[in-house]
Design a protein around this ligand. Structure first.
Ligand SMILES: [Zn+2]
Length: 321
């Protein structure tokens, strides 16, 4: 947590400078007919679809919230944040287009002035990471216009570009969606949503660095981790209702039979909270490899204790009482 606090002010320290630059740059940007606007954030760029609409969102404030959410997510697991390889002031608005020629070749090119700005790659735990591209849409309808009706908000981490997932997306998405660390979100997303998505970022990088394929994690572990990381920022009045739902689920189901898409967030969060209480964060992370290769022994070891923790009989299934 102290590490997270230490890094917390990177954006805010230069926010004033950013605002001054923003006034200058936005005059330039307004004269160009762009389909997106670019702003730096601590770990990459924010791509604002269309013209920056400051009536709906204060962009600088959103960038601050993004950074705080990333800090929260990595800090929760006791890890330091990625570091840009070069100086990267934020939030700064840039005129021009984003060119992505590879995971580590991301540039902002302003054709009007010929100016090129390199978006620095990140360094984390000895690994080089692609800059993180955030695309905040003003609403779901706008996201569906841009990406296609099957698109959903969420963070996406690939060893291939986002555009492959959305081949029919608008042209500008093909330009900015070539990144390898991409979050599609709503500009009105709450802190809990942003922390949830950055918890997936942490999950992805931790797994990549430890020879674990994050995409093979059972859904209730993958989403449970993210939900638990964001739990403190979540709407507290929901908590008793969610807990009731989890108990109802556990009364009728066993983890070994899988957890459906609708329940994996709440059931996963509950199970993860129990696991981290038992194992600690590092102890839990050490089990991730096992969750991808053979979850059964892990379920057998931990499900009975979780059920007792919920106030239920130890074994699940119809003969449990
Ligand atoms: Zn998720």
């Amino acid at each position: 947590m102290t590490v997270a606090k230490h890094a917390a002010s990177r954006c805010r320290r230069i926010a004033v400078l950013g605002l001054l630059l923003a006034i200058t740059l936005s005059i330039g940007a307004a004269s160009q007919n762009t389909d997106y606007s670019i702003m730096s954030w601590a770990y990459g760029v924010v791509i604002w679809p269309g013209q920056l609409n400051t009536y709906l969102t204060v962009p600088e404030r959103f960038v601050e919230r993004l950074e705080a959410a990333a800090e929260e997510a990595f800090g929760f697991w006791g890890y330091e944040l990625p570091e840009p390889e070069d100086e990267w002031p934020c939030p700064v608005r840039y005129a021009g287009r984003l060119l992505i020629d590879g995971p580590y070749d991301v540039r902002i090119v302003d054709e009007a002035t010929g100016r090129e700005t390199v978006v620095p790659s990140l360094e984390w735990s000895g690994a080089r990471l692609s800059p993180f591209v955030v695309i905040p849409f003003v609403g779901e309808w706008r996201m569906h216009d841009a990406l296609g009706t099957t698109a959903t908000f969420g963070a996406q981490f690939f060893d291939q570009p986002l555009v492959r997932t959305y081949p029919d997306a608008e042209d500008w998405i093909h330009e900015v969606g070539r990144g390898y660390r991409t979050m599609i979100c709503a500009s009105y997303a709450g802190d809990d949503v942003l922390i949830h998505e950055f918890a997936h970022w942490f999950q992805w990088e931790w797994c990549s660095g430890h020879d674990v394929l994050a995409m093979l994690l059972p859904g209730f572990i993958r989403e449970g981790m993210a939900e638990m990381t964001a739990a403190e920022a979540e709407n507290l009045p929901h908590a008793p209702w969610e807990r009731r739902g989890v108990i109802d689920w556990a009364e009728g189901h066993c983890l070994a039979d899988g957890v459906g898409a609708a329940s994996r967030y709440t059931v996963g969060e509950s199970f993860m909270t129990y696991l981290v209480e038992q194992l600690g964060t590092e102890g839990f992370l050490a089990t991730l490899k096992g969750w991808t290769s053979d979850p059964v022994p892990l379920i057998e070891r931990h499900e009975p204790g979780w059920r007792v923790w919920l106030g239920l009989p130890e074994s699940c299934g119809s003969d449990s009482e």
